[in-house]
Design a protein around this ligand. Structure first.
Ligand code: IPD
Ligand code: CA
Length: 268
């Protein structure tokens, strides 16, 4: 937990300072909407440098660079800026996300099989630090976190997000259009890591998203789970790229059933 927190805090400071200068699109990835700034690259480089110094045997999986192999069975899964579009526009909902995971039998880290051991999500703009250790609870700035009690779906504030590719967005729009009349309201905060941490802190009742990558999910999923949330996929599968759903036991099941009936894990 200490390593996750110290490297995440250091990268968050770099990213926050970088926001004071000009921020522009350095490259695009899966589509014209999927952007990278120079700070995404600088933050990941810093995280990789520090983790290599502190934990030379561990592997690293990050959003912006190639996989570093692990000889210890432990991996660091890092998102140097989660919420890059918000960062680009000067909106505060962006974060640095760092998690330690173990993967079975030396396999590459995969949300379907990994165990998240520790996670830290730092929101550089306001300095919030979300921290969780497996079996040790989750905190925000040192205060314990607990998800909201299960409410009827119509009284639930539901977070979600959208991918960057047009076909997926069309399918996501269809699903959200079906859900909106059944819930209190929808929020699209723009950082999956902060969505999961916000849920842990009671700022959302439920969250779901299709298309999350390991670095979007790793630290935030542990924060949410340690705050009492169920974090799952559809059709009995674990949370991952096909679908991630999070919320309190006793309510998450209803959202899962709606998403399954809506084929929300399909792009058509
Ligand atoms: C994105 C954010 C966003 C989610 C996207 C992610 P990025 O991560 O987490 O909330 O909806 O699916 O790709 O690109 O800003 O690191
Ligand atoms: Ca991300």
């Amino acid at each position: 937990m200490l390593v996750a927190e110290s490297v995440a805090r250091e990268a968050a400071e770099l990213v926050r300072e970088g926001r004071q200068g000009d921020v522009f699109v350095a490259a695009t990835k899966t589509s014209a909407q999927d952007v990278v700034t120079a700070m995404d690259l600088a933050s990941e480089a810093l995280l990789r440098r520090r983790l290599a110094e502190l934990r030379p045997e561990d592997g690293i999986l990050g959003e912006e660079d190639a996989l570093t192999p692990s000889s210890s069975g432990t991996w660091w899964v890092v998102d140097p800026i989660d919420g890059t579009v918000n960062y680009l526009y000067g909106l505060p909902a962006y974060a640095v996300s760092v998690a330690a995971v173990s993967s079975p039998d030396g396999t590459d880290p995969d949300p379907a099989t990994w165990t998240v051991l520790a996670g830290c999500v730092v929101a550089p703009q306001d300095g919030r630090v979300f921290l969780a250790g497996r079996g040790r609870g989750a905190t925000l700035d040192g205060r314990p976190l607990r998800v909201n009690d299960a409410q009827p779906l119509i009284a639930c504030l539901v977070g979600t997000g959208f991918g960057y590719v047009a076909a997926r967005r069309r399918a996501q729009a269809r699903v959200v259009a079906g859900l909106l009349p059944r819930v209190r309201d929808i929020r699209r905060i723009g950082s999956a890591a902060l969505d999961l941490c916000t849920l842990a802190a009671g700022g959302l009742d439920l969250y779901y998203e299709r298309g999350l990558q390991p670095w979007d999910l790793a630290a935030g999923s542990l924060v949410a789970q340690e705050a009492g949330a169920v974090v799952t996929g559809l059709r009995g599968r674990p949370a991952g790229e096909a679908m991630t759903v999070a919320g309190p036991p006793g309510r998450v099941e209803e959202l899962v059933a709606f998403l399954e009936a809506s084929d929300a894990d399909q792009d058509s």
